[in-house]
Write a protein that binds this ligand. Structure first.
Ligand SMILES: [Zn+2]
Ligand SMILES: [Zn+2]
Length: 327
């Protein structure tokens, strides 16, 4: 099969012809139809995340068709379209798993990081972590639902019942989350990198009541903020725009260091919280909700062989909505 593989951090992915993987008991073999390109892939490729396996095939927003079941695998059928998310395995036995927090599992394994992912024509996945996908979405349109959507939705849930919601970084996750937030009756205030008038216009098209530079003051005091951009300096910035009792939710897996800041901007029972991974329950809840909103994803599809170009576009902030690779 054709695959794009990372040998070492900060190297370009290599185009390879690899054997088609064989599904183990409990797994399925999936023919990839589209795989989203997520900022977490960039953190893997750029060496910000260092606990994964190498070489690795990145990609954890996989849409594909089940073509073979491993021995004893149940729950999925050959020919079925499924999505494979970031959460690829949990132990089911640690105290987090037993408490319903499998996103925090001590022995979790993640797709495209510990387990080969979707930048390839085929992938194997544990059937228990695959999701059936809503029919309303094409393969490429469904891809960003699987991480930008799922983890964005978890971040939105952690913002509680905040009515005036700030969103920092208007990429794939924000373009989905802002639609859900509006559906829930919230007002979205979109903060982009300074001068990014295209992202600000995109945010307004998707219903943001205000869009502006992350360095500029918000027009209103906000009830909560979600930070999707991987920039630690946005945490004190967001704390300064949320009201007493407000929450700042950090949705990314990696951020640059947080600069020191005066305690006064945290005081007033403001809080800062991170979002880690997803549970299968998050996935089921979001994939049921998305077609009801309905969430419309804007996806630029590129051929699998252009994975390096796709990552460069994402790194440079040149993406409107989301990117997906199509084998
Ligand atoms: Zn566990
Ligand atoms: Zn992701």
């Amino acid at each position: 099969m054709r695959a794009m593989q990372l040998d070492a951090p900060r190297q370009p992915l290599q185009f390879r012809d690899l054997p088609i993987p064989v599904p183990a008991p409990g797994q399925v073999l999936i023919r990839t139809r589209a795989c989203g390109v997520c900022r977490t892939d960039l953190h893997v490729v750029d060496g910000d995340l260092t606990q994964g396996k190498l070489p690795i095939i990145p990609g954890h927003e996989i849409v594909g068709e089940v073509v073979e079941l491993g021995p004893g695998t149940t729950g999925l059928a050959s020919g079925q379209r499924v999505g494979v998310p970031w959460l690829g395995y949990t132990c089911g036995q640690c105290r987090y798993c037993r408490a319903g927090h499998e996103n925090l599992c001590d022995r979790a394994r993640f797709t495209g990081y510990h387990l080969d992912g979707g930048y390839a024509e085929y992938v194997v996945a544990d059937a228990r972590y695959c999701f059936p996908l809503p029919e309303a979405y094409s393969d490429a349109q469904a891809a960003p639902l699987l991480c930008a959507g799922l983890i964005g939705y978890r971040a939105l849930s952690m913002a509680g019942d905040a009515r005036r919601l700030g969103i920092y970084g208007f990429g794939a996750a924000a373009h989905i989350v802002s639609q859900v937030a509006r559906y829930q009756g919230r007002e979205v205030y979109a903060f982009t990198r300074p001068g990014d008038s295209q992202a600000q216009a995109f945010a307004r098209e998707l219903g943001a009541v205000w869009a502006g530079d992350s360095a500029s003051p918000a027009p209103e005091v906000l009830d909560a903020a979600i930070i999707f951009a991987p920039i630690g300096a946005l945490i004190p910035a967001a704390l300064q725009v949320v009201d007493k009792g407000g929450r700042v939710v950090c949705a990314g897996i990696h951020m640059t260091d947080i600069p020191s800041f005066p305690y006064a901007i945290l005081w007033g029972e403001r809080s800062v919280v991170s979002v880690a991974n997803l549970t299968r329950h998050d996935g089921e809840a979001f994939l049921a909700l998305a077609p009801r909103v309905p969430v419309r994803t804007e996806v630029e599809a590129l051929p699998l062989t252009q994975a390096n170009e796709a990552l460069a576009k994402l790194r440079g902030g040149q993406v409107r909505g989301a990117l997906a690779l199509v084998p």
